[in-house]
Design a protein around this ligand. Structure first.
Ligand code: AMP
Length: 283
């Protein structure tokens, strides 16, 4: 523990020591995994965890295993002191900020692969991604063994992957999802929004607006495939440089759908220059 506003644990031993003390008092413990550069979206997860548990830990670890070599690991925004102050203000009790060598000591050789729900969409465009996420989240859950771990619906497919991993591996932790927090113009908050120029930031809001339009069109009985294709054209016209996917899928399996008979989710990933934005909503 240091003398920061928020106590910080940097080793598994320190983390478990703090949790042992809370458990001895009969307190429930919540965990909020993050990669830092925190915003209101992250803080909403902390508040949800705090509603359900007397003590809340936020982890801060920019996980190298979920970035491909050509991605933004090096330039990913980092501000531990700022994050620590925000977390303290949101009611967090402990920051867990392990070094890379704590998470991946020499000789680390395990990779947690969740098939099925990892395969489409993000899995197609970032094939390394969910293996990295499932591995680091499995470690965080086992290190802390919280009662509840809270994740954002902002990363909807990631939430499905983590739920499946925890269920399949009998990890005794409840996985809770928290609604997406947005800017006033609808843009989903993201640490990566900091990369956007003023022009790109204006265009970025169109992604969510076009998702709303697509949802309306789907409810009006439009053909799903046509809505997906037309929206991709609108995104290009709005200034998005390229579109990885814009899809209406089954909300549970992410399989393609031809109607709205079952709960559906609209999911998108699109580029503005070198910045990749993702968003999703219930249809
Ligand atoms: P990250 O630091 O981007 O890995 O995100 C850490 C957690 O915060 C994940 O569970 C994300 O889904 C969640 N999160 C990120 N942005 C938002 C947002 N705008 N609203 C709600 N949760 C979010």
């Amino acid at each position: 523990m240091s003398d920061q506003v928020l106590p910080v644990a940097r080793s598994v031993t320190a983390l478990r020591g703090a949790i042992r003390g809370w458990r001895a008092q009969g307190l429930r413990v919540g965990l909020v995994p993050t990669m830092g550069a925190l915003h209101e979206g992250h803080l909403s997860l902390v508040r949800m965890a705090k509603e359900r548990c007397e003590r809340v830990i936020a982890s801060l670890f920019v996980n190298p295993r979920q970035f491909a070599p050509h991605e933004d690991f090096e330039r990913y925004p980092r501000d531990e002191a700022g994050d620590s102050a925000l977390l303290a203000g949101a009611g967090c009790d402990l920051l867990y900020a392990p070094e890379r060598s704590v998470m991946y000591p020499d000789g680390f050789a395990t990779n947690v692969i969740v098939s099925d729900v990892s395969t489409p969409l993000e899995g197609e465009f970032r094939p390394h991604f969910f293996g990295g996420v499932a591995t680091v989240v499995a470690k965080l859950l086992l290190q802390a063994l919280p009662d509840v771990a809270v994740f954002g619906e902002k990363d909807y497919q990631q939430l499905l992957v983590i739920k499946r991993m925890a269920r399949d591996l009998d990890v005794p932790v409840e996985i809770a999802g928290c609604p997406t927090v947005r800017e006033h113009d609808g843009l989903a908050m993201s640490s990566r929004n900091a990369y956007l120029s003023a022009d790109q930031r204006r265009i970025a809001a169109r992604l969510n607006h076009l998702m709303h339009d697509a949802i309306k069109a789907a409810h009006a009985g439009g053909a799903i495939g046509v809505i997906e294709a037309e929206t991709q054209r609108h995104l290009h016209a709005a200034g998005f440089t390229s579109i990885d996917y814009f899809a209406i899928r089954d909300a549970e399996t992410l399989a393609p759908v031809s109607d709205l008979a079952r709960p559906a989710r609209i999911l998108a990933a699109a580029w503005l220059g070198k910045t990749r934005l993702i968003d999703n909503m219930a249809v």
